[in-house]
Design a protein around this ligand. Structure first.
Ligand code: PLP
Length: 392
């Protein structure tokens, strides 16, 4: 075998996603295709995004061409923004700039785990946690969410924890369900983690995966577990809130509540580990753009209109759909309970939605609201036809 068994395991745990991605890519050339699958943009980026990046493209000094670790101006802008948003006193030293949330998650794993440690992940949850954990020799342990509400199931998390657990990953607003968890949930989870850490004599860390933090509907409050459970690190990406996932920019933030000695030790490790994972810092242009990008957001009113249009039409048609409180995804139960058959039938009509098999949920499907309203309007008659036919 040419690749390592670890790499093979990582690859196989994401095969269902990459195979689906290849199929969708092959269709992208067909102008008639309505692609409502991945969270990709279907329109040009915000003018403010282009202006912010363009302003940094022209080299202003020789330093522009040098190696960039976390740029101080970027760290300062992030720390100020996060402090205002979460009501916690973040300092620039708590922030490591990364290649999106992907890079921040990898940095968190490098920072906090030993080989073969276990990491608890939510199911249904983002399909890249598992391959990422396999790729760095960690063991994913699944904890099912409540199958109806998709709330955290604290008993499931407690049951998934063993003496080898090092990290529990939580994701709010959550992909694919769109749920946003309230502060009470974090208090209850903190109790579970504190008890388990005491029982096993080993600190369990929380990785709060928050790339959708600024994408919320109806003024739903956001609470980060970083304000509740001190042993928390936050990963973030600008790729969601600006809908520019190809321009890699994000960060890992240490909770200011981490006890001082551990916080200092972690701060000192951020730069060397950012280097060790393959110089995981964003490119200079993206880092210089952070102060301008920090204050930009995609049009949430338009996103809300798209959510309401689709959610309303699908629930009127009798479908069980989770009304997203955040993210840009709509998560529903396929008519007839077979998501692959449902998605295949739609694909025959040129409408692509994501079967829940990518999330190990064969009865569900996910629609990305990053499609334009025109695409949604064009897809709806097909969706309604297929739903009616499959419901018999
Ligand atoms: N975490 C979750 C829950 C996601 O859905 C994604 C991307 O889809 C990421 C992390 C990675 O974000 P990025 O590609 O912006 O690094």
């Amino acid at each position: 075998m040419a690749i390592s068994s670890r790499a093979a395991q990582a690859k196989s745990s994401v095969d269902v996603v990459t195979t689906f991605l290849a199929r969708i890519r092959a269709l992208a050339d067909d102008p008639g295709t309505l692609d409502l699958t991945f969270g990709n943009p279907h329109e040009m980026a915000l003018p403010g995004f282009t202006a912010a990046v363009r302003a940094q493209v022209e080299p202003q000094s020789v330093d522009w061409f040098g190696y960039k670790a976390s740029e101080r101006t970027a760290q300062e802008a992030v720390a100020a923004g996060l402090s205002a948003e979460l009501g916690l006193p973040f300092e620039p030293e708590d922030i490591a700039m990364t290649q999106g949330a992907f890079g921040a998650i990898l940095l968190a794993l490098a920072l906090l785990t030993d080989a073969a440690d276990e990491v608890v992940i939510p199911v249904p949850g983002w399909f890249c946690y598992e391959p990422m954990l396999h790729a760095v020799n960690l063991v994913p342990v699944r904890a099912a969410l409540n199958p109806v509400t998709f709330d955290l199931d604290l008993d499931a998390i407690a049951g998934a924890i063993t003496p080898h657990t090092r990290i529990v990953i939580v994701n709010s607003p959550a992909n694919p369900t769109g749920r946003v968890y309230a502060k009470e949930t974090w208090h209850a989870l903190a109790d579970v983690l504190e008890r388990a850490s005491q029982t096993h004599g080993r600190r369990i860390w929380l990785l709060s995966d928050e790339p959708y933090r600024r994408i919320r509907f109806d003024g739903v409050d956001f609470a980060s577990p970083a304000a509740v459970y001190p042993w928390t690190v936050i990963d973030y990406s600008y790729g969601k809130v600006l809908l520019t996932p190809g321009q890699r920019l994000g960060y890992l933030a240490l909770s200011p509540l981490i006890p001082t000695e551990e916080r200092e030790e972690l701060r000192d490790a951020l730069m060397p580990l950012g280097l060790a994972i393959g110089w995981g810092f964003p490119d200079a242009v993206m880092q210089y753009s952070v102060p301008a990008l920090e204050v930009l957001t995609i049009d949430l009113a338009e996103l809300t209109r798209k959510r309401d249009r689709l959610y309303g039409a699908l629930t009127d048609a009798g479908l069980e759909v989770t009304r997203p409180e955040g993210t840009f995804y709509l998560w529903g139960r396929a008519p007839g309970g077979d998501a692959v058959a449902f998605c295949d039938e739609l694909a025959e009509r040129g409408v692509y939605v994501m079967p829940g098999t990518l999330f190990d949920q064969p009865q569900h499907f996910r629609i990305s609201l990053t499609a334009t309203m025109d695409m949604i309007e064009a897809a709806l008659p097909h969706l309604l036809d297929v739903i009616a036919a499959r419901r018999g």
